[in-house]
Design a protein around this ligand. Structure first.
Ligand SMILES: [Zn+2]
Length: 326
């Protein structure tokens, strides 16, 4: 399901969906979870969102099978949700845009500001009205029609690599809405970051050559630290634009306000396979003449203060991994 990207629309719709599922299955739906799946498409400014309903009980409880055996049961859930919202007594209070009997039922008070019964009614109404036009797809790649909408497998693999455990350390990535767009919160040991996707950096960020890193990680734990701009290099888009790309990345670095990291397909692939990167690390060479000062300075500029000796032997991905948890 692709739809609006704002937090209000997202949370309102998810809340209404929970109302509908509870009604359909008479309350016993704690094990059904709704997750946000975000996919970037090349040439698009905004990610596409999908809601994934899954069963948290291993092996499943049969509810989802029942729901997906035909289009009707799912549409019934949406219709029942709309009916519940339309009939809720809070409709009679002009100041109330939801209550604990309807859209607030499953949400904590923090989320409530972003939940609107009217928004949910409008979204559900649009779907129910057009129910004859809904199409079933067996594969999400079918949704991304046309070749301009290729998802980026590299971005997905980067997220996957960040979620892996390395030497007993596993970072937790949670999908969150950040600046109105789907993004991630990354808990890296004691450190916490907010990860924004497809960020435009320009003059207003002190970056003289405008560019769009694939990810920017913003410190989210009060630690005074620079945000990190991450570029993922898929070879097919870059071989003709290397000088331009370098200029962009240097401009970000020179702003003094960001650290810059570039990762290749190889770097991420190796991390996923638990191998060292095939891309040779420049660090051992830099250290051969004993110019450790240079290395410390570079590390300092990248915000790395400790464990420099161990650090130099890491692959670029693992360096970033360490950096995030440091
Ligand atoms: Zn209500």
């Amino acid at each position: 399901m692709g739809y609006g990207e704002t937090q209000e629309r997202l949370l309102s719709f998810v809340s209404a969906l929970e109302v509908g599922l509870t009604r359909r299955f008479r309350g016993a739906v704690d094990h059904l979870r709704i997750a946000l799946d975000v996919r970037m498409a090349a040439g698009q400014d905004l990610p596409r969102c999908f809601l994934v309903v899954y069963d948290s009980v291993p092996g499943g409880t049969g509810y989802l099978k029942e729901l997906m055996r035909a289009p009707e049961p799912l549409l019934e859930v949406l219709e029942q949700a709309l009916q519940t919202l339309n009939e809720c007594t809070c409709n009679q209070d002009a100041d109330a845009d939801g209550c604990y009997r309807c859209v607030y039922a499953f949400r904590n008070s923090y989320d409530r500001e972003s939940i609107s019964r009217r928004t949910a009614q409008r979204l559900l109404g649009e779907i129910v009205q057009r129910k004859g036009l809904l199409k079933k797809v067996t594969n999400l790649s079918d949704v991304q029609s046309g070749n301009q909408l290729l998802g980026s497998p590299l971005e997905k693999r980067f997220i996957e690599a960040l979620r892996r455990e390395y030497d007993g350390a596993r970072y937790v990535l949670t999908e969150v809405l950040f600046k109105g767009k789907p993004g991630y919160q990354l808990q890296a040991g004691e450190r916490r970051w907010r990860m924004e996707l497809q960020v435009s950096l320009n003059d207003s960020d002190g970056v003289v050559v405008a560019s769009k890193p694939d990810f920017v990680l913003w410190p989210d734990d009060g630690v005074e630290d620079q945000p990190i701009a991450v570029f993922l290099d898929g070879w097919q888009f870059h071989k003709d634009s290397i000088p331009e790309d370098l200029a962009k990345r240097m401009a970000i670095s020179k702003s003094g306000k960001f650290s810059v990291w570039t990762l290749t397909w190889d770097d991420i692939d190796c991390a996923l396979q638990g191998k060292n990167s095939m891309t040779p690390s420049p660090w051992p060479t830099l250290l051969i003449d004993g110019s450790a000062n240079v290395v410390s300075k570079v590390c300092e500029a990248q915000g790395l203060s400790n464990a420099i000796n161990a650090f130099k032997s890491f692959s670029p991905f693992m360096q970033l991994h360490q950096r995030l948890g440091a």
